[in-house]
Design a protein. Sequence first.
Length: 570
Amino acid sequence: MSSRKDEHTAGITLLDLNAHRASSTGSSEVRRHISLQAKFHGFPWRVFFIILLLPLSLAPIIILSAIAEMASQNYIRGRSCYPNGLWKEAAGATWRIMDSTYFFTPNLSFGNMTFTQVKVIDIAWDLLVGRGGQMGLAWVNWVVFNEWLVFHLEKWRTSYKMYSTVALQTTSWTMLGVAAKEFLYFGERSWARFFRWLAVFSMLISTLYVLAFPTLMAAMTGYITTYEPYVEDRDHDLKEWSKVDEIVRTISSGGVGIGFDEGALYVTAKDEELIRAVDDFISKYATANKTLTFTWSGSQPAEYIGDDGSGIKQKVYFIDTGVNWEFEKTIWTTNETVTIEVPLSTGKPLRDLVAPQEQYYSIGGRYGDRYNSSWVRSHSSCKPSETYQWGFSYIFVFMVSIFNFLWSSIMISMWLDTRRGSRMYKSGRRPGLLRSVLDLAAAVREELGPNAEPGKPLAPSKPTCDSFLSYLVVDGATLTSFSATLQTNYSMPSSYIFPFFVNLNFCAVNVYLTHANAVDDVLVRVLLPSTREDWELRFQATGGGCFATIMGFVGLAPAVPQSYAAVSTG
């Protein structure tokens, strides 16, 4: 019985030990998790991620600059017709994607669609990206501007027009007018006013960018017809450029004897099998005494073409009868002399050929009509087809990327400035539509007085001095209590220190506060004129401290008639 009890007790002890080990392991993991949280708790993640947006907004500019040449070479240069409708060999045609002729042309276009399809894409882009993007930018504008507006209220006198416009009509033409007016107001020269002026200017151009955003998005994109190259022949008919090819060999006579039709036979650059057959025929049977070489120094007609740099324009081979011609697995024995003309290609593009230096082209293949390069160049053009492409103007994309980077820089700079310097922002105050309406209504109510009623003329009202207390914030201290009392008809007899005054109205504010790392109870007493019209934003500190001998109205009140706000600390 006892042994069973011992075993049972031992089992319980072992179970408790395992539970203790498990709890120890769990607690160490919790401590590790808490230590990681504590380690990264103070890191300004929001500031870090917002600043990270700057290089991200700069990335499109760098990418577009880097791939501009690549896009030009691989996307446009290989086309016969450029996006602006010019034939690639025409005067003024360029494949450079950043050329000014492509400013409004969507030269980065895609697809092969009908008009209805590209129109649907274009409308969807304008609605989703143009208007949707404007909504997103306007929301960011509203948040940043309203946070900065509170910072502005802490430092500068702000008109009702500016406050109501920034708070309620942030992205509007009214905002542009108000920002322009504030921008033109300079005031005294100081660094503080300069940064205010810079912030207002930033608001002006940011608002202009957001208002223009849908227009920029629409101008950046578009649709164009696809183009096909054509050449006009001597009968004024348009021939597709697929039927045009450079003549590299000509069998001017003797073609009937080797299986071809009567007349000249043109061997074009695309006819590779026939080129090999002619070259093999020349290499086997041509002789030096049966070969004529035409150069620029001779008196031969100018229509002989070529010159690859050696001065040779053309060679003519005469191959006698009785030899074998092999082509398409058929062997013919010549029964008359075969004359083969071989012009030497200049290797120059068509646009650089100037008469009398010419190259010849066949329209219609082996038995087509022959045209020189001057004719082909002057009579070729691109004609629109029945299909469309949709895309972007590369220059406009690059330009909008720069605008977007500037706008992002302004938003981040104003947000960081507000975060750094605004006491209200540090205390947790954030913008809101209803908050702005209530703040504006409270300020108007204070100006009108408590006796103001709709539809009745304003009667003289008694001054009040308590409305500003809702915004009272003291850095590094905690407010324990405060009060504001209106003193009217305050009088003081003359003495050898203070002047005589009677019927003085002023606002007496008592603020009690304590500091976080000190055991103290501080009283700050402020006296200021009872109306804003009587206060010229001047300040007078009368000293004080823990050994101050006077904290009454006698030491502070004389400053009020001189339009000062006076303060003393006890």
